[in-house]
Design a protein around this ligand. Structure first.
Ligand SMILES: Nc1ncnc2c1ncn2[C@@H]1O[C@H](COP(=O)(O)OP(=O)(O)OP(=O)(O)O)[C@@H](O)[C@H]1O
Length: 443
């Protein structure tokens, strides 16, 4: 059996004392004597759990807090002198950054179990080893069959220079897909210019896309290249193509056929070497049938179609995506927040995700800011099952029901460990016992 790695920080230690025998049986312990040495050790991503023997006093508290913030993904356990918690600096560090603490004299077996438990939890959260995707495609997080198919399509489509039409629901990753096609293609060194056709006012869209000549209209003081020209040598991504007004659809068709553009107010054609990738969340074929989209343009664009599946059709990716966004926005979170609780992950899997990946990003960021525990719960994500208050229930009754639900959820998250649940709820153990009695909940 390979030993688990444990980093032990003993500030100011002159030599590393041998680890207690009970730890040595399962742990490979490395002892360091300064924050700097600890940071150096943590450059190798082998540690999930660390022990800090005594926390610094008020003078060193800020450096310690910065260290813990930088290495928030490690589960830290403190071993403290009996009266250490009387100092407010020490209390603040423990409350904000430690997963657990033990006061001397430490029961080695107790410490051994606590470290094993935290290591197990950290393993559950450790990012799965990434697959063999090329770095550009790795931006598309996920290992479901659907995302593997999408990556394969991207690689194929990137080898050609023909127009691409991406279909997918809003927020499903169309732009990310277009970007991956660009970075995988021979045009990767050129610009990638995304244009949201629905976001440019109709009066401006022609000059924005095609540019204008000096004097073309009031305020056109000099010649100006349009967005399509600015993508020369690269790729232009026309998002929400269905929103392009019909007269501009004709101009775009001409550009696709002739590879030249005319700036507004100019009769001189300009050759432009740009690959076009268009995307839509509405069914363009339907738009053609409804007379809203030019049929000839549809066929010009739809040479290489790519469908980006909605998130609900690749639920196998949800955990990985959620963990990915948790790491991406880690600087915005409270230091003691370590990840998602099992009930939060369950709620994520149960949700329908009408807003797709963008909705998952928004819910995760919101939860990271709002969560007051060590683990995100379903209510932080706005995914707690909504129970309508009984008819006629007053504010007090609703408040009591909410309190009861929060206690129940915390106990579940903490594996019914009172100390952890109390910390999760931000109350003392005594207060939690009082609340349990009040609500008739068995600890
Ligand atoms: N598989 C993925 N892995 C990581 N991030 C993703 C993935 N899919 C989408 N995203 C992220 O989700 C957000 C929405 O994606 P994107 O903008 O590509 O969607 P879209 O389909 O173009 O949306 P819209 O139709 O609203 O323009 C972006 O921040 C993007 O980086």
């Amino acid at each position: 059996m390979s030993l688990k790695k444990l980093l032990c920080i003993e500030l100011g230690a002159s030599s590393a004392p041998p680890p207690p025998a009970v730890l040595a049986a399962e742990w490979d312990v490395r002892t360091v004597s300064s924050w700097r040495e600890a940071a150096r050790a943590l450059r190798t991503p082998v540690y999930l759990v660390g022990v800090v023997l005594d926390l610094p006093g008020p003078d060193g508290a800020e450096v310690a807090a910065r260290f813990f913030r930088d290495y928030w993904h490690i589960e830290w356990v403190g071993v403290l002198a009996p009266r250490a918690l009387e100092a407010s600096a020490c209390r603040a560090l423990v409350a904000a950054h430690l997963a657990d603490f033990h006061t001397r004299p430490v029961d080695p077996l107790h410490l051994f179990h606590a470290l094993g438990h935290l290591h197990g939890l950290a393993l559950l959260r450790a990012p799965p080893a990434s697959g063999a995707a090329a770095p550009e495609l790795a931006a598309l997080t996920g290992d479901s069959a659907a995302i593997a198919r999408l990556r394969a399509q991207i690689v194929k489509v990137a080898q050609s220079d023909a127009p691409v039409l991406i279909w997918g629901e809003s927020g499903s990753g169309k732009e990310l897909t277009a970007q991956a096609v660009h970075t995988q293609s021979a045009r990767a060194a050129g610009p990638f210019v995304p244009i949201n056709c629905g976001a440019i006012p109709p009066a401006l869209i022609q000059s924005e896309l095609f540019g204008h000549a000096r004097g073309a209209f009031t305020g056109a003081a000099k010649d100006k290249a349009g967005l399509i020209e600015s993508a020369s040598g690269g790729t232009v991504f026309l998002d929400e193509i269905a929103d392009l007004p019909k007269d501009l659809q004709s101009n775009l068709l001409r550009f696709l056929q002739e590879k030249t553009i005319y700036r507004v107010g100019s009769t001189r054609s300009v050759d432009v070497d740009v690959r076009v990738i268009a995307a839509s969340h509405v069914n363009l074929q339907q738009a053609v049938e409804d007379g809203l989209f030019r049929e000839d343009l549809y066929y010009r664009l739809n040479v290489l179609p790519i469908d980006v599946p909605p998130l609900r059709e690749r639920k196998a990716d949800l955990d990985m995506l959620a963990q990915h966004f948790f790491r991406t926005f880690a600087t915005e979170k409270a230091p003691r927040l370590k990840g998602f609780g099992p009930d939060a992950l369950e709620a994520i899997r149960a949700h329908h995700w009408p807003g797709n990946v963008r909705e998952l990003i928004n819910r995760t960021r919101r939860a990271m800011v709002l969560s007051e525990g060590r683990l995100i719960g379903p209510h932080d994500l706005g995914l707690a099952p909504r129970r309508a208050p009984a008819a006629g229930a007053g504010l007090d009754a609703s408040r009591i029901a909410a309190e009861r639900a929060a206690i129940g959820a915390s106990l579940e998250r903490a594996g019914r460990n009172i100390t952890h649940a109390a910390r999760d709820l931000g109350v003392s153990r005594m207060t939690l016992y009082r609340l349990l009695a009040k609500h008739g909940i068995q600890p």
